[in-house]
Design a protein around this ligand. Structure first.
Ligand code: AMP
Length: 285
């Protein structure tokens, strides 16, 4: 059964009662405009829970003043149909209105202060505070036992895992793999901002990551700077305006000096005004 809920108190009450009956609750937080990447998270959470909550909320506090909050695609009816197409469990769609999530005198924030500062945090200084705060609220509203996040937003997943550890949230976090278009472009709600010409070249982002991975596997001693240089070259060649290309320890997000640990290669790159992110995890055995 699919139930749409707009009111957090009502949802919390319903879920608390189900929890008391011993039901396991799974959460997938989203901003809507759902694509196959989101649906893979819903399928995953269904394996882990009796009751599923999919939140659809374009969270104003994670957008900077010059970002695309107002323009962010809102496609509620299509989202409901998409969710319907994959549900196997009792499912609540939680779509609160912004004023109900943030009272006029809202004044309490959750801020992770280390992992959130590099990568996207450099150009989006309030982003992860907004994300951590809304996710903490969603954890409290839903009382979820398990939540699934996408590796697509690798830094976000790490920030949430750190928040859960540091603040003792009784929840298990699962990070699910990146779902890609057939040509390799990571699925994203922002892909629809791309012009046909940009859409044509942007699979080059994943090609650059795969080429880097192959080079590392063949020459484990390759220096991270060489890999960064190769990727920058590839992104420049397809007309990308690079925000960052970084090779980092996949757990601490500190710069990697070699490829003997689990390494994250992360990219943020603009095509016109559209900023895309992608990443790859490399673990050389
Ligand atoms: P968003 O709606 O963009 O806030 O994303 C909601 C969740 O879906 C986040 O945990 C994202 O990491 C995840 N997600 C977004 N795109 C993908 C993708 N291509 N593959 C897997 N998960 C994704």
């Amino acid at each position: 059964m699919l139930t749409v809920m707009r009111e957090s108190g009502e949802l919390q009450k319903a879920l608390l009662s189900l929890k008391r009956q011993g039901k396991k609750i799974g959460l997938v937080p989203t901003m809507g405009n759902l694509h196959a990447g989101h649906l893979s998270l819903i399928r995953r959470v269904q394996e882990e829970s009796d009751i599923v909550v999919v939140s659809i909320f374009v969270n104003p506090t994670q957008f900077g003043p010059n970002e695309d909050y107002a323009a962010y695609p809102r496609t509620f009816d299509a989202d409901v149909k998409n969710i319907e197409s994959v549900v196997t469990k009792d499912t609540y769609i939680f779509c609160p209105i912004p004023n109900a999530m943030y009272a006029d005198d809202f004044s309490t924030w959750v801020e992770e202060t280390v992992l959130s500062k590099g990568l996207c945090g450099r150009t989006r200084p309030i982003h992860f505070r907004g994300v951590a705060t809304v996710v903490a609220k969603l954890f409290n509203i839903t009382q979820a036992d398990v939540a699934v996040f996408g590796q697509k937003d690798a830094q976000q997943a790490l920030v949430i895992q750190r928040m859960v550890r540091d603040l003792n949230f009784p929840i298990h976090i699962i990070v699910a793999p990146i779902v890609r278009e057939s040509d390799g472009l990571a699925m994203s709600s922002r892909n629809k901002y791309l012009s046909p010409e940009q859409r044509e070249v942007t699979p080059g982002i994943y090609k650059a990551l795969r080429a880097a991975e192959q080079k590392v596997r063949e020459h484990r001693e390759t220096a991270p700077e060489i890999i960064v240089g190769d990727i920058q070259h590839a992104l420049n060649a397809i007309g990308g305006d690079i925000d960052y290309v970084e090779v980092l320890d996949a757990t601490t997000l500190t710069p990697a000096t070699h490829f003997n640990t689990r390494v994250l290669i992360a990219i943020a790159c603009k095509f016109g005004t559209t900023r895309l992110i992608d990443n790859i995890l490399i673990e050389v055995k």
